[in-house]
Design a protein around this ligand. Sequence first.
Ligand SMILES: [Zn+2]
Length: 215
Amino acid sequence: MEEKNIEIITRMVLQSLQSSEEKKNGFLVPVGVSARHVHLTQEHVEELFGKGYQLTKKKELMGGQFAANEMVTIVGLKLRAIENVRVLGPVRKASQVEISATDAVKLGIKAPIRESGNVAGSAPIAIVGPKGALYLNEGCIVAQRHIHMSPADAMAAGVSDGQIVSVKADNERGTVFNHVKIRVDDSFTLEMHIDTDEANAAQIKTGETVMIMPS
Ligand SMILES: [Zn+2]
């Protein structure tokens, strides 16, 4: 009887040690590096690629999104351009251009850091396709870094939708990212999205892991 109690207590102590060890280590998240890209409305697809044109799929992404075969040129107000910018599908309700801070310097524009979809008052930009061009009064942003996860992942990580966390990359360079937004949805697979500037500065490649720091 006594022996059995000791066994139970030992197991409880081991479990509590294990969970505090896990808490110390944080929750691991694979990284996906997002290159500059464009989201378009169907109307804008047709302005750039021709009447009745439909985007074609090159590669599936999470949440039903895809990288399209189609590419465009983006042009800032000083007529500085970046060519071969990938279009992502499916079409959206509003067109949006996501660039890095370095791209913004290259284009000579001031693009604010925003969550995808929040384009009110963002930078103006022109988009040029093979069949036409269009001008957006607003719509060019630098994407706010964020982590996609399922409700089950959120529960395991102890975070909730909309929460802001800090994330640590424990590699040779060693970087802590603050102001990382948690985005929870059934269609999401676990991945932290950073842009090419952030990835290069921290020397992180797609598929490598970072960890959510315990708060
Ligand atoms: Zn994302």
